[in-house]
Design a binder for this molecule. Structure first.
Ligand code: ADP
Ligand code: MG
Length: 260
């Protein structure tokens, strides 16, 4: 059975090609004197689903935030869809349009309706006609199964619904890459599944995804590769079957024993 595409225009057949979507090479970052990311080298191919895990404070958020320049790296290189991230503001703008991000705390605009949250960037950043932006937003709200909430404000929705709005909002910019930073860790347990189901559907639609999450069930089901970080380094990366069955480093084994 063919999975339904969550975003029109994306490949239905999931195929991890050789095409590189994100390349980080010997990337280092400091917060003042604190060396937060150490020699990060990571390749994400188009269509690939990467799960990033590791202890709290290991640099997961900082690493994925470097991909859309919410954080700046100091040495090494990052390219996204072939564009190198430098101080060039034009390039940063292009990359931000191509990269959608979903945060732990949703970050919806509380004073705007769900629909307005969704059409804001398409209208103001991409200069799309309102009608067209609203049509796509409604289609995406349907895909995340909350079209009936379009006229409500975020505060009137459950956490799980708000997070699905956040996913729809990011998809409204038809991103080439989606970043997720612990999208379910602020949710009550009964709402985690609805958000994970949405992410699984997105993965099945062929979206390139980098997800920081400790949902190991999700990692086992959809990840092509699990990346384990500790103390600012990528300690190991492997397909989920290897990663869970044969963790190579002691640090990975310790981490898994604590969360599984
Ligand atoms: P994770 O997402 O894996 O929990 P983070 O990337 O948030 O880790 O943080 C990595 C380390 O960097 C932590 O020790 C954290 O305290 C520190 N850190 C994060 N953001 C800042 C900041 N803006 N300034 C200084 N230190 C920070
Ligand atoms: Mg984090």
């Amino acid at each position: 059975q063919q999975p339904r595409a969550l975003v029109e225009g994306h490949d239905l057949s999931h195929q991890v090609g050789a095409e590189v979507m994100v390349q980080m090479t010997d990337m280092n970052k400091w917060y003042g004197p604190f060396h937060v990311l150490r020699d990060i080298t990571l390749t994400v191919h188009r269509g690939e689903r990467i799960v990033v895990c590791g202890p709290s404070g290991s640099g997961k958020s900082t690493m994925i935030r470097c991909i859309n320049r919410l954080e700046e790296h100091q040495t090494g290189r990052i390219t996204v869809d072939g564009i190198e991230l430098t101080d060039d503001v034009k390039k940063i703008e292009i990359i931000r349009r191509e990269v959608g991000m979903v945060f732990q705390h949703f970050n919806l605009f509380p004073h705007l309706t769900v629909l307005e949250n969704c059409v804001l960037a398409p209208i103001w950043v991409r200069k799309e006609p309102r009608r067209q932006a609203e049509e796509r937003a409604m289609a995406l709200l349907e895909r995340v199964k909350i079209p009936e909430q379009a006229k409500k404000y975020p505060g009137q929705l459950s956490g799980g619904q708000q997070q699905r709005v956040a996913i729809a909002r990011a998809l409204c910019m038809t991103p080439k890459l989606m970043l997720f930073d612990e999208p379910t860790s602020a949710l009550d347990p009964e709402m985690i599944k609805e958000v994970l189901d949405t992410m699984v559907a997105l993965a099945e639609s062929g979206m390139t995804m980098v997800c920081v999450t400790h949902e190991m069930g999700f990692a086992k089901t959809v990840a092509d590769r699990v990346v384990f970080m500790d103390e600012g380094q990528i300690v190991e990366q492997a397909p989920p079957s290897d990663f869970f069955a044969n963790p190579r480093s002691e640090r990975t084994r310790l981490f898994l024993s604590q969360i599984l």
